[in-house]
Design a protein. Sequence first.
Length: 253
Amino acid sequence: MIPFGTDFGNGDADRQYFQIDAQREYYLREKRAVNPARHRVLARDDAERAAHASVLAWIGATLREEHPDLFPAPPASYREIGAQVQEDLVVIHRRADDGNAAIMVEVSFPSDWYPDRIADTDFRFIHGPVPGFADTDAQQRSLISAMIDRGPYVRFVWTLKPDDFLDHHPREGRHPTWAETGAGFLRVERQLTVPFAAVNASLFLIRTYIYSFDSLDAEHRQRLSEAVLAMPEDAARYKNIAAHRDHILGLLR
């Protein structure tokens, strides 16, 4: 994880928590098509309610600061926020017994996972399918501490898809095959962790970007080809790349 605000060559956008661009209306239209049952808020005790109050206040102030023309007044709920920003949002809360749970899930654009199943589950359960990530309780505690006690941080994760659909819910999303589309797309998630140590919480922001292979220059296509070739088998299976390496490499050429 990299300190938030690091310059990646995108100017002011690298210093914004909420990145709004010319595709905003498309993103929001796609969010409106999502099953609302995916979105959950748990506020079962004073500790969870305090966490939500702190996170909501911070989001409202940040949106007003970064985009005053769009947010002259703060949105009143996670649902209103999720419907107006291009990011997806999750709140993780650390309990008094040192356990943790997702107490808010506002995810419209999952990459082949079930956001409707993670409310009240812990960080290790959420990332269980990811090879080599939070495999032990010690790893989980270390990552949760980084999210809640330190930061903010930014990281980027990527995969390759045969389509440019934002919503890749395993059940509700659209999933054409590589053979059906004859095209390839790089899907990148900009993931931010925002700490709220005073209330034992962290806000997790996920902004999805999609780039067609045709839009990438020769250097980027070569880098992707090398990454596909070098990817460990378990990671390639997780990303649904293992069975399609030759096809993907052909598209990148």
